[in-house]
Write a protein of this length. Structure first.
Length: 470
């Protein structure tokens, strides 16, 4: 998954449980989200579940009766950072208790799944731990914690959690904006040797077509214009269709394109081995499918790719890029790169550098390799020195940044359809996203939030484009 900045989920629009007495005061929940888009989606769904059981969202952590940390295990020393955050929140908890107020601390997400009961042993302030497959059981765990237990639920649920999670009301969906995430697939069966996902999210599970379409229709009915389908390996999705047979992601995209009100579709994150003909055809034939594809390669050296268990070669990947670009010539490519995987030589790194030169990514994410306990890569010999990883990463990022700037500059003068998403940071501005996912700044009079307007790009900044209405 693409990583995002740490963010807090405010959950505006959350309402008191309908059955609660009118005079009662809802307890308040603060959810802090780390990591990828799937965690953002999960935090929203946890918030929906807690809203239905009488909690209201708050943006102020010191005003919360319940603090949930929805954690990510991708970054280096992820668990230690969570324990450090718990230590800071513990001080708020003590202060609230002295004032006669409640504050419970819950740890959710991939660190919760990986650490489990160890969190309870190391952090006495934590009241509950819940893994990603158990969010539909969150209200029950909160009740148990309030009763004095310290529940840990990191089991892989037999039941379908999505069927048991309550749907947000229209007002809540509207408050979250005109773009939305929708998880369609979880887990991964690829077992790349650097990755913890198969251990924290489990094996691949695909939601059925009917369930996905129903959620997409609810979102569109509440004003969502752009929908991003999520999965740890989203193009491995093979959900049960109305005919009882498995569908592929390409066919699902054709079905979602029929939903009134949905003007844009995206999906992330994909694996090169699961990019089939039907999905490539969707990029060719569906105007609503945006011409942007995040397709991680991780390295350009066949020797390193084999050690990573990626199960494709650099040549395989480049041929796939050629096929995709032949189907959709204006597509912008994005990727992920790991520098300094065990055993990576300067020649291996040169192969990665050359692949980047050939593909010319419009956007990319690059990281130094860091050991993840329990993964095969952590036990490999020939770990690369930190200084070497630092130097290689700087070289790679300089090249990626140059390509990104050149791609943005190539768009100046082009007319595009812009979905206006929100008010800009500066007075008089509104901001939208280009079809290629860059932020685009326009005058506030260009249109209302949710409008799609035709604009001409007149300037490319360091991180965004500027445009004017045609």
């Amino acid at each position: 998954m693409e990583l995002t900045e740490t963010r807090e989920l405010s959950g505006e629009g959350a309402q008191r449980e309908a059955s609660a007495p009118a005079a009662s005061v809802a307890r308040k929940v603060f959810i802090k989200t780390y990591g990828c888009q799937m965690n953002v989606y999960d935090s929203q769904r946890m918030g929906d579940a807690l809203t239905a059981s009488g909690y209201a969202a708050t943006d102020a952590i010191d005003d919360a009766d319940l603090v949930l940390l929805n954690t990510c295990h991708i970054r280096e020393k992820a668990a230690e950072k969570v324990y450090s955050e718990i230590g800071r929140i513990r001080q708020l908890k003590v202060a609230r208790q002295r004032a006669g107020k409640e504050m419970m601390i819950g740890v959710a997400g991939c660190v919760a799944q990986a650490e489990g009961r160890e969190i309870m042993s190391r952090a006495a302030a934590v009241d509950l731990v819940i893994g990603p497959q158990s969010y539909h059981r969150l209200p029950a765990l909160v009740r148990r914690a309030r009763a004095g237990e310290r529940p840990v639920d990191t089991d892989y649920a037999i039941e379908d959690k999505f069927e048991h999670l309550p749907a947000p009301d229209r007002a809540t969906v509207r408050s979250r904006g005109v773009t939305a995430f929708l998880t369609i697939q979880e887990g991964c069966d690829k077992f790349c040797t650097f990755c913890v996902v198969p251990y924290t999210r489990g094996s691949e599970v695909s939601r059925p077509v009917a369930q996905i379409v129903a959620e997409a229709e609810r979102l569109a009915g509440a004003g969502v214009r752009e929908l991003t389908l999520l999965g740890q390996n989203v193009n491995a999705w093979h959900g049960e269709g109305p005919d009882g047979k498995p569908w592929g992601l390409g066919r699902l995209l054709f079905r979602l394109a029929e939903i009134p009100g949905l003007a844009r579709l995206r999906y992330t994150t994909s694996h090169p081995r699961d990019m089939d003909d039907e999905l490539i055809a969707a990029h060719r034939d569906l105007d609503v499918l945006m011409p942007y594809l995040h397709l991680p390669v991780q390295a350009g050296s066949d020797r390193v790719l084999k050690a990573m268990n990626r199960r494709h070669t650099a040549a395989d990947y480049l041929k796939l890029i050629d096929r995709i670009r032949a189907a959709r010539p204006d597509i912008a490519m994005s990727g992920d790169f790991i520098v300094g995987f065990p055993g990576e030589t300067e020649a291996d790194f040169a192969d990665t550098f050359e692949l980047v030169r050939e593909v010319r990514y419009a956007q990319a994410f690059s990281f130094k390799y860091s050991r993840r306990p329990g993964t095969p890569g952590a036990e490999m010999e020939d770990q690369v020195a930190e200084a070497v990883k630092d130097e290689r990463l700087q070289r790679l990022q300089a090249l990626l940044a140059r390509h990104q700037r050149e791609y943005a500059a190539s768009l100046v003068g082009r007319e595009i359809e812009l979905l206006i998403e929100k008010v800009g940071r500066e007075a008089g501005q509104k901001v939208g996203r280009s079809p290629w996912l860059q932020p685009v700044i326009v005058d506030e009079k260009a249109g209302e939030i949710g409008d799609i307007v035709r604009v001409r790009i007149n300037r490319a900044g360091s991180h965004s484009l500027h445009a004017a209405v045609v």
